[in-house]
Design a protein around this ligand. Structure first.
Ligand SMILES: N[C@H](CCC[C@H](N)C(=O)O)C(=O)O
Length: 282
């Protein structure tokens, strides 16, 4: 199986071009687990398929390293945009990508004939419990509320960017127990489809530090949809400025996120090729 490895701020995936490689639907979860394994496979945070769409210019599907399929991936979208432009699958600098979480509009920024940075309109955040999904009154929202999980209380804001995120603000990001709290919240019964877990330290009204425990992948260097959710939570919580570019410092580098007055979230950041290769499935 031909693949391309790419990363967005160190959040790396194995990209498979469905225009060239045909995979069986029933095998996708297992292939994602296999390619993600750093010892028995290639090593990545998961697998992303780039394919045709009937409603957009391209379609992206994302599978976590545990084989679960997610509905969106911000870092992945930037890499898909770079891939299709740099490999002349489109000559447009503005185009659309379909995800299970909705259609996004992307703009590639080209320098020396290749895409270095990508801007994406990630659409509107979803806050109601029925949109997360989260148990409880389905039309209610969770903004900086104390939520009890396994007898402990967690102060969180819950936001979907097509995929679910539990955002918690901390005094000192270096002290955040990401490895312990992450899986506890990810697997809480409160979240029927599990959830991504973000830890945020506010530096000032336009800058945050960010760590993430990803549903289905664990700790990653960066999470684009998580960064969007964190900025939405920060604005709703009164910590961050609305309609202003917010710098999000992730382990792998910085993203610039703007939660605009039109309720859309805009993300800008890099996308990077690592390698092309062949993976032996059998
Ligand atoms: N790393 C991705 C998010 C993956 C989300 C996945 N872990 C899920 O189950 O939602 C990003 O850059 O947005």
């Amino acid at each position: 199986m031909k693949y391309t490895k790419m990363h967005g701020l160190g959040n790396n995936y194995i990209y498979v071009n469905e225009f060239e490689v045909k995979l069986q639907e029933a095998e996708l979860a297992l292939i994602a687990v296999k390619v993600s394994d750093v010892n028995f496979g290639i090593g990545s945070d998961g697998m992303i398929l780039i394919g045709p769409s009937r409603v957009a210019d391209f379609r992206m599907r994302i599978f976590n390293s545990d084989g679960s399929e997610a509905k969106n991936c911000g870092n992945g979208l930037r890499c898909v945009a770079k891939y299709v432009y740099d490999r002349s699958m489109t000559h447009e600098r503005h185009f659309t990508i379909e995800t299970l979480g909705g259609i996004v509009h992307v703009e590639v920024h080209v320098d020396e004939e290749a895409v270095q940075t990508v801007s994406i309109d990630m659409g509107k955040p979803r806050l109601m419990k029925k949109e997360i999904p989260m148990l409880g009154d389905e039309d209610s929202i969770t903004i900086n509320e104390s939520v009890q999980i396994d007898g402990a209380d967690y102060q969180m804001t819950v936001v979907s960017m097509g995929n679910p995120h539990s955002v918690m603000f901390v005094e000192d990001i270096e002290q955040a127990a990401v490895n312990q709290i992450g899986p506890t919240v990810e697997h809480a019964a409160l979240f029927p489809e599990r959830i991504n877990v973000e830890f945020v330290q506010v530096q000032n009204s336009h800058e945050i530090d960010f760590r993430v425990w990803e549903r289905g992948s664990g700790i990653t260097m960066a999470c684009g949809t998580g960064a969007c959710a964190a900025v939405v939570a920060g604005v709703l919580g009164g910590h961050l400025e609305r309609a202003k570019p917010i710098t999000v410092h992730l382990l792998g580098g910085d993203l610039v996120i703007t939660y605009a007055d039109n309720d859309h979230v805009y993300m800008k950041g890099p996308a990077t090729f690592i390698s092309d290769g062949v993976f032996y499935l059998r």
